[in-house]
Ligand binder design. Structure first.
Ligand code: MTE
Length: 317
């Protein structure tokens, strides 16, 4: 694989320049929009607050490798959520008043028992548990986050997938009136959608989060319910899910539609397969200085490699 250099700061486009190109984006096709507004383009890899802002209570959580949780303050002020802003440090403020209660999620498609659940029903029926996972963004930054939530498998089993179901499609909320990104980036195929193969979705690591650090999810983190797939790049972990659909064919997903050569359907974390515009060999852990090596499947290789036996992971990136 050819290694690609990290972009220089001068190559990183500030938001006001993006915004002044809005009219151009409106006129341009999806491919050009992708080139300008590439998913998670590595603009500004600094978290909102420096390392030393760590509250001791946050770092009491550790992942199974012994890495401390990234401070709450950092994780909730440095977010990718294009529905609100492409500026990670502006998301929390812009998302603050977005209403997430009441919230209904439906599980349908190729299932025997379609479900429609309010968030409270869901939490009553599926008591939340805690998982401390690493999150690795395709841009080259990562965090350790203690999530609260339910394994996706529990929800899917309750809906009883039919034999023909082979994939799961996830759909996020569509609310252009309250979500400026859905008005501003008109060439994006809103709402945000994602997908998994059914066996990936049923894997015990695959999680629907409703909280973090023992608190309810804040809006910027995907309230009230988001997917977390810790061995895949973060863009697979879709926020603000309203519908889960069992389907027969591999579903179209937002980033794979916008820039298929940059964002694969599988998107398994793989330090040996570079993004066309930068290396994936290392990452910056938010709140830390320097970079650390990126681990195959984000360090979950022992648990998930079996899902891809016989698959060419360079082609199916
Ligand atoms: N979900 C929605 N609905 N909209 C988004 O823009 N961004 C994705 C993912 N889920 C995104 C999304 C990307 S690129 C990443 S890296 C993670 O959310 C970031 O999650 P975080 O902000 O909680 O760290």
């Amino acid at each position: 694989m050819t290694a690609y250099p990290q972009p220089r700061p001068s190559e990183i486009t500030p938001e006001h320049v993006y915004l002044s190109r809005r009219d151009f984006l409106k006129a341009a096709g999806v491919a050009s929009a992708a080139a300008l507004l590439a998913a998670c383009a590595p603009r500004g890899l600094q978290p909102g607050r420096p390392t030393d802002a760590a509250a001791p209570a946050d770092t009491a959580w550790r992942d199974e490798r012994g890495d401390p949780a990234t401070p709450y303050e950092v994780v909730t002020t440095y977010n990718n959520y294009y529905e609100f802003s492409t500026d990670k440090q502006a998301v929390a403020e812009r998302a603050r008043d977005f209403p997430t209660d009441p919230w209904t999620i439906t599980i349908g498609g190729l299932v025997h028992e379609p479900l429609t659940l309010g968030l409270e029903d869901l939490l009553r029926r599926f008591p939340p548990e805690e998982r401390v996972y690493r999150l690795r963004c395709v841009e080259g930054w990562s965090a350790v986050i203690p999530w609260m939530g339910v394994p996706l498998a529990a929800l899917l089993k309750a809906a009883q997938p039919k034999a023909e179901a082979r994939f799961v499609r996830f759909v996020a909320v569509h609310d252009p009136e309250r979500m400026p990104g859905q008005r501003n980036y008109q060439t994006f195929p809103w709402p945000y959608t994602e997908g998994l193969r059914l066996d990936e979705a049923m894997h015990d690591l695959t999680f629907m989060a409703t909280g973090l650090y023992g608190k309810p999810l804040p809006v910027q983190s995907g309230a009230p319910l988001r997917l977390v797939v810790p061995w895949k790049y973060g863009f697979k972990s879709i926020k603000a899910v309203v519908r889960i659909e069992l389907v027969a064919e591999q579903p179209a997903t937002l980033w794979n539609t916008v820039a298929p050569h940059e964002y694969g359907f599988y998107a398994n974390v793989n330090p040996q397969v570079d993004h066309p515009r930068w290396s994936q060999a290392t990452e910056r852990r938010l709140g830390e200085r320097g970079r650390r090596p990126t681990l195959m499947f984000n360090g979950y290789e022992a648990q998930v490699a079996g899902l891809y036996a016989g698959m060419d992971l360079e082609v199916n990136y």
